[in-house]
Ligand binder design. Structure first.
Ligand code: NG1
Length: 454
């Protein structure tokens, strides 16, 4: 249910005698290209989608935050708009609301304690699908909290703040999702750059559409997918330290790099390819143990563990049995960053086939070098390409979730039928719904959709 009238009624049922003061929406997103690049400071190219999370809310003067959801899987919760906030058990939906509230109390200039709110949430973004339902929840909650306190905001600064805020939930994520949810533009993708956050609209080709298809493997950020995601972040921190050391040696001056994008040739003032070759040479193709990395960096394994493997919550990412695959991870991130540049160029030149080819190359790199695909996603992209998709790739963090397919508008129906027949029919008994297979259009960013008299 994302109908505004129905949501106002749901608010009345959840909070009898009270009337919603306003409605706010935040869209999900699909990332077209630039996967696992945001947390290293490299660009991404997502678009906001016409699936959204909607909330009806009213401020509370006493700082109480009380939230309900029209989806029965998400139980009613309440807490106070004041630090410290006691988190709910891991995986609880209210933790995402708390993340926004905590972020704004700590960095957003809101008084502590602040005014709270009562809110009913309702949405149609499939969850655990790589479509950022979690960030839509953080963004919409942040906007409700700001509105309840009458605090104005700058969307770019807010996107930055909410990206940091969402990390409280436990993923060492980048800033793509919150930015696109807040800044999305109808009919456009956004090229988003980080450190500092910037966004530039890129027109999408007329006569084509994006179809999203779920692999039926849930990519839940509260489970195994989260530790895999965090492990990739750690691997790239290790790759970055080793590469910076090797590049410093080669060019005879010390290079400090906080993230892989600090080693981009234009930042180092080096000819294209030189730093990359040095990095690739030191990282090699072999897996690394933590003690190998520590020895190469001339620090103790304990120090390397503390410095590079520590996650935001203070825990340490465990060393994988098969070792850290640093060369492969580095190659994915740097080649994907180049593909984003080329993809933007292709779109600007109206070269749709080139854009599709880059989507396919991105998928191969996510599968072979970053190792975030799975058999179901492989089956999906193969079927998609065999039935007319110009480009088909996993989208979002991977490990399940969805793929995104670039399809000519004239072939959409045929394409969807083929996907139903060849992928879904053998896997789901019930009706194949628009939860798992749907065409989407680029939507506008989050904001109020209606303000009623309080
Ligand atoms: P998903 O899991 O698709 O919402 C995650 C990260 C992004 C980005 C992508 C991979 C969160 C909230 N978001 O997106 O920042 O790193 O993976 O490109 O974890």
């Amino acid at each position: 249910m994302t109908d505004a009238k129905a949501l106002r009624e749901a608010f009345l049922r959840a909070f009898p005698g009270e009337k919603a003061a306003g409605l706010i929406r935040a869209p999900g997103r699909v990332n077209l290209i630039g996967e696992h690049t945001d947390y290293y400071g490299y660009p991404v190219l997502p678009m906001a989608i016409d699936r959204e999370l909607l909330t009806a809310f009213a401020p509370t003067p006493d700082g109480t935050i009380e939230i309900a959801n029209t989806d029965a899987r998400f139980p009613r919760r309440s807490f106070q708009a004041s630090i410290p906030l006691k988190p709910f058990p891991q995986g609880d939906w209210a933790n995402y609301v708390q993340a926004a509230v905590r972020g704004l109390l700590q960095e957003g200039g809101l008084p502590d304690p602040a005014r709270g709110f009562r809110a009913v949430y309702s949405g149609n973004i499939p969850d655990s699908a790589g479509l950022s339902s979690s960030s839509a929840l953080v963004v919409v909650s942040g906007l409700v909290f700001l509105t309840a306190n009458g605090t104005p905001y700058n969307p770019l600064a807010l996107a930055d703040l909410l990206a940091r805020a969402e990390r409280y939930v436990g993923t060492e994520s980048g800033g793509m999702d919150q930015a696109i949810s807040l800044l999305g533009q109808p009919g456009k993708a956004l090229r988003i750059d980080f450190f500092p956050l910037r966004a530039r609209p890129v027109s999408l080709p007329a006569g084509y559409t994006f179809v999203i298809s779920h692999s039926l493997v849930r990519a839940s950020k509260s489970a195994a997918a989260r530790s895999q995601y965090n492990l990739r972040v750690v691997e790239c921190r290790l790759a970055c330290a080793l590469a910076a050391q090797a590049i410093s040696r080669t060019i005879g001056r010390s290079v400090t790099a906080e993230r892989l994008s600090d080693l981009a040739p234009e930042k180092l003032g080096l000819p294209a390819g030189q730093a990359d070759r040095t990095a690739q040479e030191i990282l090699g193709e072999h897996p690394w143990s933590l003690s190998d990395v520590a020895a190469a960096l001339r620090v103790s394994p304990d120090e390397a563990n503390g410095r590079y493997c520590t996650l935001r919550d203070g825990s340490r990412a465990p060393e994988p049995v098969e070792g850290f695959k640093l060369g492969k991870r580095y190659r994915h991130v740097t080649s994907e960053a180049r593909r984003v540049e080329q993809a933007v160029q292709a779109l600007e030149q109206g070269d749709v086939q080139r854009f599709g080819d880059l989507m396919n190359e991105s998928h191969a790199s996510c599968r072979d070098d970053y190792e975030v695909s799975c058999p179901e996603l492989e089956a999906l992209v193969a079927i998609a390409r065999a039935h007319g998709a110009l480009g088909a790739r996993l989208t979002g963090a991977g490990f399940g979730g969805s793929s995104v397919n670039l399809v000519a508008l004239s072939q959409t129906n045929q394409f969807m039928e083929a996907m139903k027949r060849e992928f879904y029919a053998g896997r789901i008994q019930e009706k194949i719904t628009s939860e798992v297979l749907f065409e989407t259009a680029a939507a506008g960013g989050a904001g109020p959709i209606l303000v009623e008299e309080p």
